[in-house]
Design a protein around this ligand. Sequence first.
Ligand code: GLU
Length: 567
Amino acid sequence: MCGIIAYSGPKDGTGIVVDGLKRLEYRGYDSWGVACRNGDSILLHKSAGKIGQVDRDRDMADLTGTPSIGHVRWATHGAVSDANAHPHLSPDGRIALVHNGIVENFQELRRERAELGVEFASDTDTEVIAHVVAEELKSGKDILEAVRGALAKLEGSYAVAILDRQTGTLIGARKWSPLVVGVGDGEHFIASDAPAFLAHTRDVIFLDDFQMVRIDDDGNGGRSLSIHSVESGEEVEPEVQRIEWSLEQAERGGYPHFTIKEINEQPEVIDRVLATDDEELEAAAKLIREARRVHLVACGTALHAGMYASYLLASRAGMDARPISAGEFPYLASMVQPGDLVLSISQSGETADVLASVREAKARGAKVLSVVNVLGSSLMRESDVSILSKAGPEISVVSTKAYASQLSVLTLLSAAVAGDIPSARASLAKARDDISQILSSGIEEKLEEIARILTTAPCIYSIGRRVDYASALEWCLKIKEIAYLHGEGFAAGDLKHGPLALIEEGIPVFVIASDEAVFPETLSNAIEAKSRGALIIAVATEDNDVFDYHLPVEPNGPQGAISAIVY
Ligand code: GLU
């Protein structure tokens, strides 16, 4: 991922853009850059490395002007270097551009120009876009038409912010990469994600794919804004929405880093989910009940939330609802028929594979219900019904509170399908209290002791049954993502069908057992692993002699299933 932020208004754009880039750092990046318009020139500062310690006044004092554009780059084409960092300029210096995405036909576009003697200042796929926009301008088009002309020549994906030195116009456009417009008072913003400009405005326009925004200096100190179709150029009526997230929610607030902060936010996130109306849940449950079959489509962590929901829907409502990775769904889509429902789960609502799956399913006559965190996201807009998961801004790369929020929404939703929302509310309230209790119990010391063992382990395994299987997979995803340690989760019953061969002296095996309904069988799998020398770390409702470590969790909900939120 990378991030874009652009500003047009009377203030110091560089300061606003540098601050916005720091708020986009969570997206992961390897280099950064800023450009602004100053009279007849474009001033540029870009560099490989991190922006964290950069001080606008100390390091970029000369970079004054407006509009301004900025970028944090996650290199896809061209090495990580100062020259390849964005913004990129057109050869005549009129256009500065930042881009998120991949220009699939960049080699062809570059070759055509290189053959005419045009030189490139970088090895990126991006730079050629600035060249093509400048060529279109030379043919006499106005800036909006020139950008449209250039975008029509691109294959691949883009979110772009483009600054025209001559007119001072700022243009943003998107295709398969997110872009949000911030609507201020006499000043406007363009960014990959709203927290980049939340300090200045909470009024936003979520651009659709193939939409563009044009921001002009109106000559009276103000800025005019219009939204257009990239395909036809026609103006479209914008829908301005108000973001309820506050800036404080998107800041670290005294925690050492965002992951810890978001783990600690879980009780309040569950509280927000608890405030979801029965009516909203009933409307979504009706879609599930009436469906011929439910396809739970998601990626990564959200797919594990989908697994959890599949057990709940089967056991509580007898529903045929299976989790399918969104990346694989298109290959199975021929089974989708009218009357089917896709229940898709996504934090951002912008996951490309999820959106592609949803579109494919709709084309085959299925309905779409989504559980999504970001208001106004593409997934939300493309769904027949959606329920917000209310996790607030997720900044940490590893999902913690967003997973808890997805599980919580799916708990209420499954209960609504089974006609028993009140008991699910009681279970959720207990899960919230159990999490608060664990977070304040001083458990860190014990966790640090276990973590120290993991630092020398070559890998870890984790096993569970039913909803605990989803927890086992999610735990191993976390350990890979956050600790760069190989972890693999298994359905506990599958341990003896191959994986046991990998268990040897000292290998940590996490055993997850949420309830007496699964405890005896999972325990017997733990004993099998222990007999091959495994170190058994159990997260379970009961202790047992076979466990080297036991982290207790209370049973909760029908057959203990709701305690998965705590696990
Ligand atoms: N493909 C572009 C590059 O490698 C943009 C990468 C990004 O999205 O950060 O420069």
